[in-house]
Design a protein around this ligand. Structure first.
Ligand code: NAG
Ligand code: NAG
Ligand code: ZN
Length: 936
């Protein structure tokens, strides 16, 4: 909770109430405005506590929304949650332990639902504490019946267009979760240890073109290398690269002949701790029509086949191909009509088809071991070594996955890619590089497996024939199911008897209620399909396109992609106009945040403080928000105590500026006391000129979602231009002139404008502080809410390029003067300026003055303008010379102009009232003060 500006903290709550903080979203929805800004909230997963990753994302969104709202758009922002899926199901089941095995599908679903609901409530209240503007009573949830029904209709539209099909293919399979997984549900473990093997495949029929190279005196084998020996039993072929060079070598240890890529000869020989003598080399294409023998099954032939996925970076340049266990292997198999039979079941153990030695053995454990022993026994194993490499793990169970062919539902991405990529070109990406990254990720994805063998999700709405391999799905069945789901939620799929899930017309065609030939399928949809269809369920209007999607970079292969693909499939357009992509949050030194490292930062502890408040002080929501805004969110974002302390320091400097502004507009009423711009002090006009420049740069930065730049601009302005320059100069006018003196009103006019611009500039970032300030602006009328009164309004008359030039030259002299008296009081000096350009006359009409604008700027005792050098230089004088640039001809040409300043100690005494050295003696007031005091 921030400490109030002259307020006690307790009234923070009052302040939030007074300015209508929580009703802001509904207030702005009711406004009659023409433009709408729609930011579509990517639903966070309804699992676990709110964390800094959420804070980063939600606060960025809120800053964007508040900015657009202040600029006059009606904001459409409906927060949502992704509520289904394996992570929740696994968590619920693991909490139940042994008991979980006896649960029915509906029992699991009920527990999963209440688990998700509890997580949602925790997250929602955190998001509210962070100041996120939304109607928190009207959010979207992927487990709502109405949402699920829309999703089922989208599924059918895609099915109807032939974009969704059922097929037998290799997919990532998690034995520990007993389900297929999508790429986005994998985590790569870089420390995974595999037992890699070099294996011989004896050549059974040399390729015709190679016959001459091999004399038959020694056995010849193809060499392959694999990190997954358990896939060898499923081998159907060995692939080569037709364009590459291969070699026949003689092994100095065994005397046998081996075939491998020429480039790999040295590497493989040294791995096998032997030497190879190259007998001859040939082109990969010459391997055509050759075959070898399966290393474990002597009567099985493994053909040599060309393939372009073969790489030379790893292995031998000859690739063991098991179509059931690799996506690329599978496509080779489809081209060459190879068997894709899978010898591994849902639990990741070998089936009976793998043979008695392997049956029931887990492929990643004992199964691997037995395969290696079998290779040894068949004398085809050349080497086994441990390999540490990056390997996919189930993101929830943290156990390794395998690739395994099974019957699943797929989206035909190939069909959608060209259109999707074309549409992507018209989307604005920030940063721009994310556009290609997303297109690349889409390119790398051959198909999208959308079925899961779990229960916590939306059912795939099809019926399977009880005996034949046929499915039942049509517009009538879908409409019937969607209506049921809309009313009662997707539980009906598990609770209603099958005959009620079918409409009467269809039921009678498929055996009627008593002899129903079909049963409901037991697969559910991938949660990326759930969330990917959110555009259809949440976005407003007929257009259903958001102005902005804003998520972390992991969504380039996740939600951004599933949203684009489903939207392109159904209606050939992108669901977003702009996509902003941010990095991840990391610990202070750039390390991952993890419980084991103890560097996890709980956003609630940031706001309210930890157990030991001396170590974890309460920073308040605005510190969290400032940290988000000032970070370079387009790369990784680091967070730790020093970042938070720095943010707090920054805000406290900003508060000092605001306190000065608020204090000095007390007693000022802009309506009656303002001074017209042209009558203002030149300095005050100059500061307004700088202010309009700042305002336009800040607005541009918000437009680009570059909030870090907003903060940098703002900080530079209030430290450099205000605190160090303007405020220090005008203090005398503010504190010592008569309250109603036009000179004082002139700078108050500027201060009121500065206050307004600054508060609006940071309001989207620090809404609490902005509202707090507004409660304290003396002359503001109700409603005292910065968010209900629009964006920064600058006046075109503030823009004065000519003035800027005059001020810059005067400031150059001022800087030279201040540099010449380091550590001394400028007021104890007087200046003689041998410089009489029009600039200076604008600031001082008299020859000598201690009250002119020029003298105020110099903060000196008095300033004298001389038309030429004085006849004799005073003995105690310092002469300063320099140049500054002046603009000629509208700023196109810049010319150096010289100046000379003579500095001498003052001859006057310090006025007891204003402390300027302008008095005749130390116990009399200076003429100005005498006037002010006398006038009272
Ligand atoms: C390989 O076999 C195919 C089909 O039998 C044949 O058309 C082709 O000419 C053969 N290639 C070589 C190099 O023998
Ligand atoms: C593919 O292989 C199967 C069995 O292995 C065979 O019955 C079928 O005729 C083959 N098809 C083609 C096009 O070669
Ligand atoms: Zn005085």
């Amino acid at each position: 909770m921030p400490v109030g500006i002259g307020l006690v903290a307790a009234s923070f709550v009052d302040m939030i109430k007074k300015c209508g903080f929580s009703e802001l979203y509904s207030w702005q929805r009711e406004r009659k405005v023409k433009t709408e800004f729609c930011l579509h909230d990517g639903p966070p997963y309804a699992n676990g506590d709110p964390h800094v990753g959420h804070a980063l994302n939600k606060i960025l969104k809120d800053i964007a929304n508040r900015y657009h709202m202040m600029r006059g758009s009606k904001i459409h922002f409906v927060p949502g949650w992704d509520c289904h899926g394996l992570p929740i199901e696994v968590k619920v089941l693991s909490e139940l332990g042994e008991k979980a095995q006896d649960l029915s599908a509906m029992e699991i679903r009920e527990k999963a639902r209440s688990f998700a609901k509890a997580a949602i409530e925790k997250q929602r209240s955190a998001f509210i504490r962070w100041g996120i503007m939304a109607d928190w009573n009207n959010c979207y949830y992927t487990f709502d019946g109405s949402y699920e029904a829309k999703q089922l209709r989208i599924f059918y539209q895609m099915y109807d267009k032939g974009l969704i099909y059922r097929s037998y293919k290799p997919v990532f399979w998690s034995p520990s979760s007993r389900t297929a997984l999508a790429e986005a549900e994998l985590e790569y473990n870089p420390q995974h240890v595999s037992r890699s093997v070099y294996v011989k495949f004896p050549l059974s029929k040399p390729a015709p073109k190679l016959a001459s190279l091999i004399d038959g005196s020694s056995p010849v084998s193809i060499l392959v290398w694999t990190t997954q020996p358990w896939t060898i039993p499923a081998n159907q072929a060995v692939c080569y690269m037709p364009d590459a060079k291969y070699a026949v070598v003689k092994c100095s240890t065994s005397g046998e002949l081996y075939i491998l890529a020429e480039d790999k000869v040295t590497f493989v020989a040294s791995a096998l701790k032997t030497t190879f003598e190259v007998i001859s080399t040939f082109s990969g294409a010459d391997l055509e029509n050759g075959t070898c023998t399966h290393p474990l099954i002597p009567d099985k032939v493994s053909p040599l086949l060309p393939a372009n996925h073969v790489t030379m970076t790893k292995g031998t340049g000859l690739v063991h191909t098991a179509p059931a266990h690799g996506m690329e292997d599978y496509s080779v198999a489809s081209q060459h009509n190879l068997s894709t039979d899978c010898l591994v079941d849902e639990d990741g153990v070998f089936t009976a088809a793998a043979g008695p030695e392997l049956q029931n053995k887990a492929v990643l454990d004992e199964g691997t071991d037995v395969v290696i022993k079998m290779l040894q026994a068949s004398k085809n194993l050349l080497l086994e070594e441990k390999l540490v490499h990056s390997y996919p793990y189930d993101w929830r169970t943290k156990k390794p996955v395998v690739i395994r062919a099974s019957k699943q539902w797929f989206i035909n991405i190939a069909e959608l890619k060209a259109t999707a990529k074309e549409l992507l070109k018209k989307v604005k990406f920030i940063p721009g590089s994310a556009q290609n990254a997303m297109a690349d990720m889409m390119d790398r994805r051959p198909y999208w497996c959308i079925s899961r063998q779990r229960v916590w999700g939306v059912p795939i709405p099809v019926f399977h024939h009880k005996t034949k391999d046929e499915v039942l799905i049509n517009s009538q069945t879908i409409e019937h199911i969607a209506k049921l789901v809309e009313q009662h939620g997707s539980d009906v799929w598990w609770t209603l008897p099958p005959e009620q899930l079918l409409p009467k017309e269809v039921l009678s065609q498929v055996g009627g209620p008593d002899a129903l030939e079909y049963e409901p399928g037991r697969d559910i949809l991938d949660i990326w399909f759930d969330s990917g269809t959110s555009w259809a369920c949440v976005l407003p209007g007929t257009d259903q396109r958001a102005d902005l999607y804003l998520e972390g970079k992991d969504q380039l292969g996740g939600w951004f992609q599933s949203s684009l693909l489903t939207s392109v499939a159904v209606r050939k357009r992108a669901p977003f106009r702009t996509v902003v992509v941010h990095g991840f949050t990391l610990g202070e030194k750039g390390e991952k945040m993890s419980k084991s490292l103890g560097n996890v930062i709980d956003p609630d502890v940031v706001i309210n403080g930890g157990q030991d408040q001396s170590k974890e002080p309460p920073y308040g929501a605005d510190v969290l928000r400032w940290w988000v805004a000032e970070s370079n969110v387009f790369t990784e974002v680091t967070l730790g105590p020093s970042a938070l302390n720095a943010a707090r320091e920054d805000i406290s400097k900003l508060r000092n500026t605001l306190r000065f502004l608020l204090g000095n507009v007390a007693g000022f009423n802009p309506e009656t006391d303002s001074i017209p711009v042209n009558k203002m002090y030149v300095l005050d006009q100059y500061v307004l000129h700088l202010l309009q420049d700042l305002a336009s740069k800040i607005t541009d930065s918000y437009k680009q979602y570059d909030f870090g730049k907003v903060i940098r601009l703002l900080q530079a302005f209030y430290t450099r231009e205000l605190s160090n320059f303007y405020f220090s100069i005008i203090k005398d006018r503010l504190y010592c002139e008569k309250a109603s003196d036009p000179k004082r009103r002139s700078c108050q006019t500027a201060l009121a404008e500065i206050l307004d611009v600054i508060v609006r500039s940071f309001a989207p970032i620090l809404p609490h502080l902005a509202e707090e300030v507004f409660q304290h602006v003396p002359y503001l009328k109700e409603p005292k809410s910065v968010f209900r009164t629009g964006w920064i309004a600058t006046s075109s008359v503030w823009k004065k390029p000519g003035l800027e030039e005059a001020m810059e030259s005067a400031c150059a002299m001022r800087d030279a003067f201040l540099r010449s008296i380091p550590g001394k009081n400028a007021a104890e000096h007087q200046l003689l300026k041998c410089f009489s350009r029009a600039h200076c006359q604008m600031l001082q009409a008299e020859e000598t003055s201690s009250t002119s604008q020029l003298n105020e700027l110099m903060m000196a005792s008095q300033t004298t303008l001389l038309p030429q050098d004085p006849p004799a230089m005073p003995s105690d004088a310092t002469e300063l010379r320099g140049t500054f640039l002046i603009n000629l001809e509208g700023g196109d040409i810049r010319e150096e102009s010289e100046y000379k300043v003579i500095v001498t100690p003052t001859t006057k005494e310090k006025c007891p009232r204003c402390w300027k050295y302008t008095a005749e003696s130390s116990d009399t007031l200076c003429p100005r003060c005498a006037d002010v005091v006398g006038g009272k």
